[in-house]
Design a protein around this ligand. Structure first.
Ligand SMILES: O=C[C@H](O)[C@H](O)COP(=O)(O)O
Ligand SMILES: C=C(OP(=O)(O)O)C(=O)O
Length: 348
């Protein structure tokens, strides 16, 4: 007999979860938290428009997989951020959602226990709890908005947002970005395509109307005003794209479109062939370009953790090494501090 079902053939379960407003009630914001985000968002807008001459530094783990080590990292980074604040505005990279080339662990929100149990509600709670802790330290946070619903739960705690190389061309991500309050950086495509990021910046500056959820968790039409605070992030493609010749080519492309060139360089990913130590070479090149008079480079990103390297997620969680990335290779904290200090010395 023919199966009479015509929908949900590939759905195994559906589970209601906490609403955005309920999660926010569990982790309410104090004046201090609001001040951290407000200052973070405003300073980054000022760096983008050139009224704050410092360089924006997005620094932190490739992904957050362990709240304890993320807190320890944040404490260390806050000390460094205060020390280098004359030259750098340091924002901690807090990536809870990982885009995968095929399959793999999709980040703390999706699978907080790293065992494929995918307890997403717990992941949202852990994520918001960590963001509140970091805001309490007075350290601004930077994240990738990958899922287009989860921003309702946590986006109020981010001072800067990235759209990743795999989603820069996606209309849903552009719609969402047009309503975000923070500056949004668009990565070039994984193949090195720059145009998709420039198209994204132009699309996001306009108002959009789309279906999402509201704070009560109800399906809603969201109408945005458009977000004029965007920039490109060069992350390399088939080849790196951080050298002066690449920067000059992007500057020309943006200027021809009457867009003031403001460029962030991701020292990791295809700019360092995913070899963490190569980030130092990229950062040194950026420092040289800035010291040589470049005015368009407004920021950089470095992937860094407590310890160097990366590890696969073991079946037995007791074998997880503390402070080591479970996604891309990261620099250890001491090397990170050294290359950031060197960068500041060179650009003075
Ligand atoms: O930043 C992390 C990774 O580069 C990205 O999530 C893709 O990872 P994958 O190619 O290992 O899936
Ligand atoms: C996935 C990331 O980068 P990209 O989108 O450039 O691959 C990332 O920064 O974690």
């Amino acid at each position: 007999m023919m199966d009479p079902r015509i929908e949900n053939l590939n759905v195994s379960a559906e589970q209601s979860i906490i609403t955005p407003i309920e999660l926010k009630e569990l982790y309410p914001l104090s004046e201090k938290h609001i001040e951290t985000v407000n200052k973070g968002q405003t300073t980054i807008k000022n760096i983008l428009n050139g009224s704050d001459k410092r360089i924006l530094a997005i620094v932190g783990p490739c992904s957050i997989h362990d709240i304890k080590s993320a807190k320890e990292y944040a404490q260390k980074l806050k000390v460094l951020a205060d020390d280098l604040k004359e030259d750098l505005f340091i924002v901690m990279r807090i990536y809870f959602e990982k885009p995968r080339t095929t399959v793999g662990w999709k980040g703390l929100i999706n699978d907080p226990y790293l065992d494929n149990s995918c307890k997403i509600q717990d992941g949202l709670k852990q994520a918001r709890g960590l963001l509140v802790y970091i805001a309490e330290l007075g350290l601004p946070a930077a994240g990738e908005a990958l899922d287009i619903v989860t921003p309702q739960y946590i986006q109020d705690l981010f001072s800067w947002t990235a759209i990743g190389a795999r989603t820069t061309e996606s209309q849903s991500h552009r719609n969402m970005s047009s309503g975000l309050s923070s500056v949004v950086g668009f990565k070039n495509g994984t193949d090195g395509n720059i145009d998709i990021a420039i198209n994204a910046m132009q699309a996001v500056a306009s108002p959009h109307n789309f279906v999402s959820i509201n704070p009560e968790g109800k399906v809603a039409v969201i109408r945005t005003l458009g977000n004029p605070n965007t920039h490109i992030i060069l992350r390399g493609g088939k080849k790196p794209n951080f050298e002066a010749e690449h920067i000059a080519a992007i500057e020309k492309k943006l200027s021809d479109l009457q867009i003031v060139p403001r460029i962030m360089v991701d020292c990791s990913h295809a700019n360092s062939s995913k070899k963490a130590q190569k980030q130092e070479i990229v950062l040194a090149s950026l420092a040289g370009q800035i010291a040589g008079g470049n005015k368009s480079i407004m920021g950089f990103m470095v992937e860094s953790n407590l310890m160097f390297g990366k590890q696969s997620i073991p079946d037995d969680q007791s074998e997880l090494k503390y402070g080591v990335s479970v996604t891309d290779e990261c620099l250890d904290f001491e090397s990170t501090e050294r290359i950031l200090r060197e960068f500041c010395r060179k650009i003075k």
